[in-house]
Design a protein around this ligand. Structure first.
Ligand code: ZN
Length: 155
């Protein structure tokens, strides 16, 4: 493997080197950042690629329809690998108004977590936003948390 240096002798910056959004350390912060999705009439899935200090580096938007959104795990993992980052937060909305995860959401998250594990990518959380609130798979105990204090989760 070779590394290309620019005129300053520094390696070129990867897409992971410039933040494009806020620092996302909690499910609350992600739900607030993506709150606009809650009012959409169709489902949308967002992949948020974050760096080791939890700054947002890449945001991928996948449109679905009224009752679902289809995204293969590789569509979410490719931007993580290309960016040089190694952590992913997944967000989707429920136009129905209820943030409760469906059986499909649970099965999909498990499949995505398996794919992430194989590739050494941290699936930090899966957050569902809706007009009546939001849920976090970490807060529900369905994905591992780095730090938990009572009801409060911090990644
Ligand atoms: Zn869902």
């Amino acid at each position: 493997m070779s590394v290309v240096l620019d005129a300053s002798g520094e390696p070129p910056k990867s897409p992971c080197s410039d933040p494009i959004g806020p620092q996302l350390r909690t499910p609350q912060a992600v739900a607030a950042y993506c709150s606009d999705l809650a009012l959409l009439p169709h489902e949308v899935l967002i992949a948020l690629v974050i760096d080791s200090s939890h700054h947002l580096r890449v945001r991928v938007h996948i449109d679905g329809h009224r009752h679902g959104v289809a995204a293969r795990p590789c569509e979410l993992l490719r931007p993580v690998l290309v960016s040089g980052c190694s952590a992913l937060i997944v967000v989707h909305n429920h136009p129905s108004g209820s943030p409760r995860p469906s059986a499909t959401d649970i099965a999909y998250t498990q499949r995505l977590a398996d794919a992430c594990r194989l590739l050494g990518v941290a699936l930090v959380d899966h957050v569902i936003v809706a007009s009546t609130g939001w849920t976090s798979f970490v807060q529900l105990g369905w994905l591992p948390a780095n730090h938990r204090s009572g009801d409060r989760v911090q990644w």
